[in-house]
Design a protein around this ligand. Sequence first.
Ligand code: ADE
Length: 225
Amino acid sequence: MMRIAQEKNLAEIVLVNLRDFATDTYRTIDDYPFGGGAGMIMKPEPIFKAVESVRQDNSHVILLSPQGRQFNQDVANELAKKEHLILICGRYKGVDNRVNEHLVNDEISIGDYVLSGGEAAALVLLESTLRLMEGAVTDKESVETDSFMQGLLDAPYYTRPADFRGYKVPEVLISGHHQKVKEWRQEQALKLTKEKRPDLLKSKVKMKEIKFKECGGRNGKRKKS
Ligand code: ADE
């Protein structure tokens, strides 16, 4: 996806090496923490200078860190609308807190676990954000029905053959009845989410469920309009 986005000129990805902004001959970018303690801390100066070398008026500066707000599809949607992102990948024990206080607009975590560095987190963020950009994925509907886009998991999918070793594809999918297929997918998405990720069924989704029932999901009564 990152290659496609770049080839289609939808995004330009520039890598900046913090060591190029170190001031000493050893190109040091970390140091011992004031007050003691285990682990090294990333120095503020190379990070400030590196960000300042690429920052524009429209930049959104993100620090990848386990302390950040939790990354999810809503955040990916939000970031896909930004014109210019700067992702700072921390290493070692953490970064000097003046980076958080005076340089970044946003701190993002990809989950409640600690990585050795923010690089893998930055890739996760880029991969999911770039595919949401207009033109990155040729089939727009495919993105709209993705898991999490409606706050639900996506419905299950099948392809040919319709009968594989006696395991059959649900009848409705080969019926050619588009409305019924749509309803079945909605129903399955809800069922799957209830089974596998009930935590996703928060107020926003419950509203959708109510709406779906009102307009006559498979077991509901269809309202005449
Ligand atoms: N850096 C280290 N752990 C991280 C996490 N969980 N998310 C984002 N950046 C990180």
